[in-house]
Design a protein around this ligand. Structure first.
Ligand SMILES: NC(=O)c1ccc[n+]([C@@H]2O[C@H](COP(=O)([O-])OP(=O)(O)OC[C@H]3O[C@@H](n4cnc5c(N)ncnc54)[C@H](O)[C@@H]3O)[C@@H](O)[C@H]2O)c1
Length: 258
């Protein structure tokens, strides 16, 4: 969607009224925030999460705030089930390709399970979810995919070599897919958050050694909240961002500017 030439209001072009927005990993953290934010901006949200309890909570919250949402139980690492879930949707205008995990560890400490789990979720599942959404978007001739990158997708970080590598993968996926899908009317972008206080990171951000070290890398001097990421995601999904593709909007307090 582009901004209508006679758009009377810049703010109106940041809404996504009536668009179907699928969010993976919507049960908590950034995914939950994106589901709520996109619903507030007018989207019909399909919240994909691993458990019915998570879905009930987030969809209940969307409806309580006057939005439209429904839930689909979906483990994105179960590729066959994920494809079925997407095939059953009639329309997909927006995908927030959010489900991901980060396991810290030195190179000698990483075991098979941690390495394979991160690559399977952050890389392989991200590709197949984007593929499943792309089928709808190519047929519709429009759509937006927002991938979750990270400051660690731009910079290296000790004790995070695998997580950082998976987010560099997301950067490459975003750029190449953006070029491939541009002629089909589909935009592909990413957001790159710094340390955001979510269930995934909470303990590390409040660790007396790790917390201050992370904070010292952020020129704006604070950790992010989920809302900091949600605003960027909603903007990128909206007509106001209709000329933006193949790039990552950093939400990092200046981390990667250094
Ligand atoms: N929190 C941060 O500091 C931060 C910074 C940069 C990037 N990110 C990225 O943002 C995304 C969300 O992170 P978060 O902090 O909200 O994490 P989180 O752990 O709080 O939430 C992740 C969500 O993904 C879901 N999930 C995990 N595996 C899944 C699977 N196989 N199928 C479906 N859902 C699955 C979880 O159930 C959970 O609801 C991730 O891709 C993460 O790498 C987070």
């Amino acid at each position: 969607m582009t901004i209508p030439a006679d758009q009377p209001s810049m703010l109106a072009s940041m809404r996504v009224d009536g668009q179907v927005a699928v969010v993976t990993g919507a049960g908590r953290g950034i995914g939950r925030g994106c589901a709520l934010g996109l619903a507030e901006a007018g989207a019909k949200v399909v919240a994909m999460a691993r458990t019915a309890a998570e879905i009930d909570e987030v969809v209940g919250e969307i409806e309580q705030r006057g939005g439209t949402g429904r839930g689909v139980v979906c483990d994105v690492q179960d590729t066959a089930a994920m494809r079925t879930a997407f095939a059953e949707l009639e329309q997909v205008d927006i995908l927030v390709n959010n489900a991901g995990m980060g396991i810290a560890g030195s190179i000698l400490a990483y075991d098979d399970d941690a390495v394979r789990a991160m690559i399977d979720l952050n890389c392989t599942a991200a590709v197949f979810v984007a593929q499943a959404a792309s089928r709808h978007m190519i047929e519709q001739g429009r759509g937006v995919i927002v991938n979750l990158s990270s400051t660690f997708g731009k910079n290296g970080r000790p004790n995070h070599c695998v997580y950082s590598a998976t987010k560099h993968f997301v950067e490459g996926l975003t750029k190449s897919l953006a070029i491939e899908l541009a002629p089909k009317g589909v935009r592909v972008v990413a957001v790159g958050p710094t340390a955001i206080d979510t269930p995934m990171t909470h303990d590390r951000l409040h660790d007396p050694v790790i917390g201050p070290d992370l904070l010292s890398r952020i020129p704006l001097g604070r950790f992010g909240q989920v809302a900091d990421v949600v605003g960027a995601v909603v903007f990128l999904c909206s007509p106001a961002a209709s000329l933006i593709t193949g790039t990552t909007l950093m939400v990092d307090g200046g981390w990667t500017a250094q």
